[in-house]
Design a protein around this ligand. Sequence first.
Ligand code: CA
Length: 374
Amino acid sequence: MSKLSRKRFFQGLALGTISLPFLIKGFTGKAYSQNRRSANFISDEKYTLKMVTTWPPNFPVLGEVCNLFAQWVNEMSAGRLQIKVYGGGELVPALECFDAVKDGAADIGHGVAYYWAGKIPAAQFFGAVPFGMNAQQLNAWILCGGGMELWEELYAPYNLIPMLGGNTGCQMGGWFNKRIDTVEDIRGLKMRMPGLGGKVLEKAGGAPVLLAGGDLYTGLERGVIDATEWIGPYHDYKMGFHQIAKYYYVNGWHETGAALESIFNKERFEDLPEDLQAILRTAMLRANHWVLSEFEAKNAVYLQKLKDEGDVEITYYPQDVIEALRGHTKDVILDLANGDPASRKIYEAYSKFYNEIKAWSNISERQYYASIVG
Ligand code: CA
């Protein structure tokens, strides 16, 4: 920073301090007028919204957060806004949440943006990109780096408002019954890996297999698949993979910080009083934060349980395998970017932000991790 720009920066700070009382006054005035309007709504109307989810009812973390969201909205609105949560299949099939909210059969949906890749390929940038941003970086891009505007623009033709609905954090590489020592070991590997990660696996010679979550345990046990990824230690432990797999691989290059999404029917949302709209946005932001925190806390506990109770070797992909997968990822992402104009536009914005924040993360987070890992 030049001397002059530094001087202006400090002048800006000083101005901010001096201006504070005026800002507070202005803010209070606005809040007062909104409170007056809200007072009318309190006596006028109660609202009930239907929330459909892609998760089994009360599914750990992912289903739980939808119940918590409903509870927080109820508390913040003093009962004026009730949300009825439906697990996948209770009101509509899990993977029909997008259409249900778009068409108004439900008001809110909760899932992952890459579930809609068949309808909107560019949505995958708001879910998970192999070797892409981690949770912290993706939150920064979407909330403060211009990503949200692109996401809103992408979903507007579908009558939907998107919001972040959580993040799994960096996932694990998956459960294997044979070692991956070289790139050749991927050839012919039958592995459950959905989405862009599956495409990368395919380019590396593997055979991505689509299996429902409930079929993974028996599929791996009976050799229908050689390997499966799922999420991280907490959910993977509950799935019981440690009882039937020999190796648990690090790291989840295919889902480095998978974002969950919430979608709102645009007309229903905009018809709500402004204070209730703000409550929904605030509660979903809390949900976004809670999910990542809950995953991180539980994964730490369950990683230790896996080490203590299981007979599993936790091991790492060799560096040349990681580099080969990263090379194939570039091709897969370029194929996606070249597929349609929206994907190209979002790919360019994602890449620009990712390159910038990588430079920062490399001298902040990465250096810090290097200093504490012994
Ligand atoms: Ca996964």
